[in-house]
Write a new protein. Structure first.
Length: 235
């Protein structure tokens, strides 16, 4: 019995010692972990101003290398003319043209040349100006309404600035960029877009659409028979 009691006490003692060691180890690990977390937080707090400074410097460098244009419109507005319109817009074209504007494109072009490639997206709107319609241009004969519409014309031929852009520009090593080269390209683009619409027959389609629209409108107003007369050509 004494031997068994001694063995039991020994095992209890060993178990108690192991339990104490495990508890001490857990406490030590928790303490070390808390210390590491506190050290990390302290390091992050210490490095935060450095990171903010580095980020700020990087932002300033990026802005210096890629400056954003600033547009400052003059607060003064001048209205030169106001007039009423009675335009019937009947068709719209969306046109894309590629324009090349260049100067000094000879054997010295690599040194003194300036070349710009401009992708132009434009809008052309055509129709009939009803303000040119007079009382003599509408008459009724034997129940038929005769209408002499003015010739169709282009109202707007302009660039879509949101879609138009400079695709490429090559300037010679010793040349300065021509200030108005892009302006010249834009002006040429508007004219080319206008001519492209004319060549595609925009005025003919505008005249047809105007007649179809007015024919439906006049029939709804009580004129079942409507006949459109071609304008008298100018001498």
């Amino acid at each position: 019995m004494d031997t068994n009691d001694n063995n039991l006490r020994s095992w209890i003692l060993v178990g108690g010692v192991l339990l104490i060691v495990l508890v001490a180890a857990w406490v030590m690990v928790a303490t070390v972990r808390e210390s590491v977390l506190q050290a990390r937080q302290s390091a992050e707090q210490m490095l935060a101003p450095v990171d903010e400074l580095a980020s700020g410097v990087g932002t300033q460098v990026a802005r210096a290398l890629n400056p954003t244009p600033t547009v400052l419109p003059d607060p003064m507005t001048i209205i030169h003319n106001v007039r009423s319109l009675a335009r019937l817009e009947t068709i719209q074209y969306s046109v894309e043209k590629v324009i090349t504007a260049e100067t000094g494109q000879d054997i010295f072009a690599p040194l003194f040349g300036d070349r710009l490639l401009f992708v132009a997206h434009g809008i052309v709107i055509a129709g009939v100006d009803l303000q040119k319609l007079s009382a003599q241009d509408l008459w009724v004969d034997k129940g038929v309404l005769y209408v002499r519409l003015p010739d169709a014309e282009i109202f707007i031929a302009t660039l879509d600035n949101e879609k138009s852009y400079v695709y490429d520009r090559q300037t010679g090593l010793l040349a300065n960029q021509t200030i108005n080269l892009e302006t010249l390209a834009r002006q040429a683009a508007e004219e080319e877009i206008r001519q492209a619409a004319l060549e595609d027959g925009i005025l003919t389609l505008a005249q047809q659409n105007a007649e179809n629209f007015l024919q439906r409108l006049l029939r709804d107003l009580g004129y079942p028979d409507v006949f459109f007369v071609q304008p008298t050509p100018s001498p």
